[in-house]
Design a protein around this ligand. Structure first.
Ligand SMILES: O=C(O)c1ccccc1NCC(=O)[C@H](O)[C@H](O)COP(=O)(O)O
Length: 283
């Protein structure tokens, strides 16, 4: 499918920007990554929900831009129990930068995911990270780009939106697959997407680390995604959610804590929108 077909104008604009952005000219990066699976397992063993917390200054669905120091926010996320971090490096629609990511990675002791819209091999070299994201819908040669990323030392989170894309990711050799609850046509989030796609692809994801992405904002949502088979969750907006006048780092730490402890809370939590039964994890 043509990557631009049927996507929201904001997504088309993100893709146009990625196509026209100059490639980095510093040669191939050579990464010595921290294991994402080990970090997610350690969180689980410690009684925390394995959460990848996202430093997300803005987005097409967010009002305004957070100007706060990404390193302080990232440290607050780790203090709140995040197993790993995700840092947006897309500059034009998400307010990110490769420099932010490298500063964050130097400052924390958990794996850091580079969240961007990587379309071609040279774009892998914009920053060192423990994990990079590849989005099935937007990549022409998934197998080739996966291999190029691994040659540089990266672990790769392959993002899917549909059952067919999860199957494509697994066939290409993905070890980490994210199912994004955000629909690319309308940019709405629907947690039912992860539930449906995880259920329909259970035959091929047994050995995969399956990550629920987007739209998780309450402890009930966390339990719902875990009950549907999520080994880990990628959460941005709900963690970056603070008001003017609040201490950003303190609020980010509290938000992270609330979500990473969701499974140890009373299952009758009024916010719960689903059950609290967590199936066996494959981590
Ligand atoms: O977040 C957006 O507005 C967005 C719009 C268009 C394409 C992608 C977008 N988000 C990327 C992501 O996948 C999320 O940042 C990530 O999963 C966290 O989601 P959330 O917890 O809902 O902030």
């Amino acid at each position: 499918m043509n990557a631009d077909e049927g996507v929201a104008p904001a997504v088309r604009s993100i893709l146009d920007a990625a196509r026209s952005r100059a490639d980095p000219d510093g040669g191939h990066v050579d990464v010595d990554p921290q294991s994402l699976n080990a970090a997610l397992s350690a969180a689980g063993a410690d009684g925390r929900v394995p959460v990848i917390a996202e430093v997300k200054p803005t987005s097409p669905t967010t009002k305004g831009t957070r100007e706060d120091d990404p390193v302080e926010l990232a440290q607050a996320m780790v203090d709140g129990g995040a197993a790993a971090l995700s840092v947006l490096t897309e500059p034009d629609h998400f307010g990110g930068s490769p420099e932010y990511l490298e500063r964050v990675r130097d400052a924390v002791d958990v794996p850091v995911l580079r969240k961007d819209f990587i379309l071609r091999e040279p774009q892998l070299d914009a920053a060192e990270a423990d994990v990079v994201l590849l989005i099935v819908r937007f990549v022409d040669d998934l197998e080739g780009l996966l291999a190029a990323a691994r040659e540089r030392g990266f672990q790769v989170l392959v993002e899917a939106h549909t059952e067919a894309e999860v199957r494509e990711a697994v066939a290409a050799g993905a070890e980490f697959v994210g199912v994004n609850n955000r629909d690319l046509a309308k940019l709405d989030v629907d947690l039912g997407t992860f539930e449906r796609v995880a259920d329909a692809t259970a035959d091929v994801t047994e050995d995969i680390t399956l990550i629920a992405e987007s739209g998780v904002s309450t402890p009930g949502d966390v339990r719902r995604m875990r009950a549907a088979g999520a080994d880990a969750l990628l959460i941005g907006s709900a963690i970056m959610n603070y008001e003017e006048g609040e201490d950003p780092a303190a609020t980010v730490r509290e938000n992270t804590e609330r979500l990473t402890t969701a499974e140890s809370r009373d299952a009758d939590d009024a916010e719960s929108t689903g059950g609290d039964a967590t199936p066996e994890k494959n981590l």
